[in-house]
Design a binder for this molecule. Sequence first.
Ligand code: RB5
Length: 152
Amino acid sequence: MQVAHSIAFGADHGGVQLKDALADAARALGHDVHDFGTQGTESVDYPDFAALVCEAVASGRARFGVLVCGTGIGMSMAANRNPAIRCALVHDATGARLTRAHNDANVLALGARMTGLEPALDALRAFLDTPFDGGRHVRRVAKLSAVTEPVR
Ligand code: RB5
């Protein structure tokens, strides 16, 4: 590990098992883990957990967020409603690395029904270890933040 990060984790019932495994791995790597739930497999609503994690990231209490649901799609949609969040749904380490390098993503979304444990662990490590490239990507990321009103 290069840098110890503060990381907020969240999942729904479809992602809780993978979330727990990723949080354990992050702890073992020396990161500071904040687990916002869910705990257990009772059916819950993914936007509730995305909101908790994204609020922690947006407020600066966490440097990064990790969200897991069945597909990762609902979590990524919910997370990106927060204007401070750049959430990327990825399926492997390459996507995780490139979204940090190019998009300065601050939240990683994974789908437990889409990505197995080992690729998900690889993706988490790549996400946490990769810095933003800056340069030409700064202008592009700034344009994401410029879109704050609905485009009709
Ligand atoms: C829950 O049934 C499922 O819809 C959720 O985990 C996720 O896949 C939504 O995008």
